[in-house]
Design a protein around this ligand. Structure first.
Ligand code: ADP
Ligand code: MG
Length: 343
């Protein structure tokens, strides 16, 4: 028998490129296939269609011991909408597919769909279909989001230019910190045989983990300011990993400044309890669903006017690699340490 390869030898990204390398686009309407936040399809002379999909598995992506089903439904939708916004697009519709085991009641599935409905209403998208199956164990949810973008405004990951400013929305590392708090309270609960979780003072980080929003407001403000970013990605696997995607695909390097990385006060307090430097979850945590984008340097004043955007550094030549200037002024090389599905 020929040598068999384990999944962790390739990792998630290695596996995706391995299984997809034989699939070249065959149709003129496929403007961009695999490799960005969404696939881009030709819709008409003025607009492209955007398509993205995500799969959430119980035990891998969520733990129902501390995830309310309504929140889970909401999050399953917003993480997909985030990928539409990351192309500078507007989401229009979603399909939702679920596989459910016998341990779930109708009322439980109703709660899941209450969250899906809330997200549809909040972001003005229609649920247009899906699929329903039974499952041997646990719950799986797959959402596909469809949107559109004017041809001249679509933004890819691979088009950052040297000297561009690097911008992020909101703040980073909060969702990971919220997950840490909930996992800690869970183990206290188990060890003490039922001590009530202490969640006061952790509301912000927990909300960021359980109920992330997609940054429609940022895309709206960019449009109002007439700014089309040169490159964009949503931050699902930590700032380092997403910078790595933008820089390697654009063939450039970057310099970011540690003291410019936006971190919420509560995030800093929480990570201090775990004796971790707050920059670590910002660089390598997951699930912030903020936007990371680059703009030409002459947009500096305009971009600073956008509520909730920080300028954290600039794009440099590839030879200068990816580095962060620490608070003490010394450069460190960034590594893409995002989540590995198979670890
Ligand atoms: P994101 O983090 O933005 O959701 P991913 O890292 O999941 O993106 O995926 C990277 C790219 O690979 C995307 O273009 C996605 O559509 C594609 N992709 C992921 N898994 C598969 C698969 N099993 N088959 C084909 N394409 C895939
Ligand atoms: Mg994405």
């Amino acid at each position: 028998m020929s040598k068999q390869t384990t999944l962790d030898e390739l990792g998630e990204f290695g596996l995706i490129s391995h299984i997809t390398k034989k699939f070249q686009s065959q149709r003129d309407t496929t403007i961009r296939g695999i490799g960005d936040d969404c696939a881009v399809l030709q819709k008409d002379a003025k607009n492209h269609t955007l398509v993205t999909t995500d799969l959430l598995m119980e035990g891998i992506h969520f733990d129902l011991l501390f995830t309310p089903l309504k929140h889970l439904g909401y999050k399953a939708v917003t993480v997909n909408l985030s990928d539409i916004y990351a192309m500078n697009g507007i989401p229009e519709s979603i399909t939702v597919s679920i596989a459910v085991s016998a341990k779930f009641t109708v009322e439980a599935i109703e709660q899941l769909y209450d969250g899906i409905k809330l997200a549809c209403d909040t972001y003005n998208v229609d649920l247009i279909g899906g699929d329903t199956s039974s499952s041997v164990t646990g719950l799986a949810i797959s959402v596909t989001a469809i949107g559109s973008v004017p041809v001249k405004q679509v933004v890819y990951r691979n088009t950052a230019q040297i000297n561009d400013l690097i911008c992020v929305s909101g703040d980073l590392g909060a969702a990971y910190s919220g997950l840490q708090v909930m996992q800690r309270e869970q183990s206290v609960y188990e060890q003490t045989g039922g001590a009530q979780p202490q969640l006061e003072g952790y509301e912000y980080v927990i909300e960021r983990h359980l109920k992330p929003e997609a940054r429609k407001d940022i895309i709206d403000q960019l449009r109002e300011a007439n700014i089309v970013p040169t490159a964009m990605i949503d931050i699902s696997d930590g700032l380092s990993s997403e910078l790595f995607h933008i820089c390697s695909l654009s063939n450039v390097g970057c310099h970011i400044y540690e003291d410019k990385i936006p971190i919420h006060k509560e995030t800093s307090q929480v990570v201090a309890e775990f004796e971790v430097d707050p920059v670590i979850p910002a660089l390598n945590g997951g699930e912030d669903y903020e936007l990371l984008f680059t703009v030409p340097i002459d947009s500096y004043k305009e971009v600073l006017k956008i509520k909730g955007v920080s300028v954290i550094g600039s794009i440099v030549e590839k030879e200068q690699s990816l580095s962060m200037i620490t608070r003490s002024g010394s450069p460190v090389t960034l590594k893409a340490q995002g989540w590995n599905t198979f670890e």
